[in-house]
Design a protein around this ligand. Structure first.
Ligand SMILES: Nc1ncnc2c1ncn2[C@@H]1O[C@H](COP(=O)(O)OP(=O)(O)O)[C@@H](O)[C@H]1O
Ligand SMILES: N[C@@H](CCOP(=O)(O)O)C(=O)O
Length: 307
């Protein structure tokens, strides 16, 4: 077997929850992180980061990409090789667009390639879910598309969620961070029966709304009782941006992942006006946002080996 000397992995950003699908549904978006791992003969660890917000990424052994890389080698009971890691950041950090999932998936996929592919994609996915603690970012980051994950007797059942191409995800990324850990801390651990029923019904409706692009269903479906009511207070301007997005023709607006990015769903005709309205609304409360109309990424993590 020839030894792979370097591998480049590209991993998409993800938007998790989509309103009522807390911790179980997420979609890969056309926004990417790229990372190259190269074996080092001399030993040691070199981490170089380029791109916007590069200074926010650790360049020592605590780096999440490196931690994931080591995790796979530990799993196969081998010593990880010394590596140089070159990170090209395209996914903003701690914004609710799955940057940590890109790091976990990127590190695991790279290690699996350098080690000669000892693990299947399913095994890589299980390691990624265990590291992240919930499946809704790492699964679409690895597989692409919109994915629903449910625990099964054997581990995880993953299903692809059809997404009508006329449903456009518009992300408004503010210029402040909110760590997922902090945004999980504000959530209750127990919920009422009424709230559980509410979310079950709305997630079912969301699946049908995404598949058909039927606006009436999507308008109702994007509501949630499990996480958004508790997190809105962490995102200044939430109400103003929500009202502006809906007034401009969006089906609705939700918190992307744990926030603070806000995600509106709109049809292609309305998406430019929705994007502009979200940006203006945030500006009125003093927050600058990078607003983009994206598409679904359908490929997930891609790797290219050299040597
Ligand atoms: N490309 C990367 N390389 C290394 N670490 C990363 C990378 N991207 C994100 N991280 C780590 O993940 C943290 C953000 O994770 P988290 O709070 O879950 O937010 P997000 O919603 O972006 O996933 C960053 O502060 C950083 O420690
Ligand atoms: N289901 C998780 C999703 C976190 O996504 P991230 O992009 O903010 O890391 C949650 O809502 O906590």
């Amino acid at each position: 077997m020839s030894v792979v000397s370097s591998v480049t992995v590209t991993v998409p950003a993800t938007t998790a929850n989509l309103g009522p699908g807390f911790d179980c549904i997420g979609a890969a978006l056309t926004l990417y992180n790229k990372v190259k791992f190269t074996r080092l003969d001399a030993g040691g660890l070199i981490i170089q980061v380029t791109g916007k917000e590069a200074e926010g990424v650790n360049t020592d052994e605590s780096n999440l990409l490196y931690q994931a890389f080591v995790k796979l080698y530990q799993h196969i009971e081998q010593i990880p090789p010394s590596v140089k890691i070159e990170i090209d950041l395209g996914v903003p950090l701690a914004r609710g667009l799955g940057s940590s999932a890109t790091a976990i998936v990127g590190g695991l996929v790279a290690a699996n390639q350098l080690a000669g592919e000892p693990l299947s994609q399913l095994q890589v996915m299980e390691l990624a879910i265990a590291m992240e603690g919930h499946p809704d970012n790492v699964v679409p980051a690895l597989l692409g598309g919109c994915r629903l994950a449910a625990t099964s007797a054997e581990g995880w059942e993953i299903c692809d969620v059809p997404w009508d191409e006329n449903v456009v995800p518009v992300v408004a990324i503010p210029d402040f961070e909110l760590s997922t850990q902090e945004a999980r801390r504000v959530l209750p651990t127990e919920f009422s029966r009424a709230d559980a029923i509410f979310n079950t019904a709305h997630l079912g409706l969301l699946l049908r709304g995404l598949a058909t692009g039927k606006g009436e269903w999507l308008k109702t479906a994007l509501q949630d009782k499990l996480h958004q009511p508790y997190r809105q207070a962490l995102i200044p301007g939430y109400d103003a941006v929500n009202q502006a997005a809906v007034a401009a023709g969006a089906y609705g607006m939700v918190i992307s992942g744990a926030g603070p990015t806000l995600l509106a769903l709109a049809d292609a005709q309305h998406s430019p006006a929705v994007a502009a309205a979200m940006q203006t609304a945030w500006q009125t409360v003093g927050i600058t946002a990078d607003v983009r109309s994206l598409s679904l990424d359908n490929q997930g993590a891609k790797s290219l080996n050299e040597g």
